[in-house]
Design a protein. Sequence first.
Length: 346
Amino acid sequence: MKKIIVSSMQKSAGKTSVIVGLAKVLKRTTGYMKPFGDRLFYRKKRLWDYDARLVTNIFGLEENPEEMSIGFDSSKLRYMYNEESIEEKLHELTTYVGKDKDIVFVEGGMNIGYGLSVNLDAISLAHYLDGTLIMVISGDDDTILDDIAFLKKHLDIAGINFGGVIINKVQDAVDFRDVYLPRISEMDINVLGIIPYCEQLTHFAVNYLAERLLAKVVAGEGGLRNTVKRIVIGAMSTSTVLSYPPFHEENKVVITGGDRSDIILACLGTNTAGIVLTGNILPPQNIISKASEQNVPLLLVTTDTYQTTKQIENIEPLLTSDDAEKIALWEQLVQEHVSIHQLARD
């Protein structure tokens, strides 16, 4: 059983999505675990890590996502485990998720140092499990170069099997290869791949937005799979909204008060993916009926327009198990841009 530890220098580098792409391309029986969970997901009195649930659903794993993490809270882990017992627990977990598997992906926390105080950071995981460490690096070009330089200069990777880095979300991959790749090669850091930025991966569906906002869907359930590409705030006069160019773009979600019937009707007259109704105010029944007829979801939230807008701005477009197009796209990106032959070796 091969163990691949996947970590990153920064939060939201795309570790889980890269793991999904790698597992799809390698086409081996796959196990997964995330020893120190950092994306809590709570449903029906059950607590697990979002990424563990995602990978479980995508690959149909039999293991319980609740049991793919040792814990979520540093203080509790420090109380329950010392370094020796945490290593024992890691091996138990690896045996559990790795039964009859060719490869086990072990995902680190939000960054390279996350979990260090409880011996669950990525470097410790690689040491304890004798696995191959891969770093996913993302950001603007200079940030990527800085992170790789820091990795080379300040992290002790001499005692582990360091597979290299996968550089993700690169705006201009050709320019990056010409300008920055030679400098990275001088640092003697193995670059496994350079994955270009893909705008499609930044979009999400209306049902994902509804889940993140804890919104009540009051109409248009048939359009919950509509893709959201732009957010428009409808807090101005109708004439101003109608003259606002983004309002006429496709696949938009409009945030407006439930008492703004004028804005809502204007939205229903254009290509609108969904409407977020703020202030816990329902529009008249005729508008609700029209939205249902057009399959435009109406999402009712209790927060005001400003608070709702801030919440949406902070939503990260995470991969979901029912998004077949994105999953297929990640498989394609890894297939075309990552040299996986080294990872495929036993």
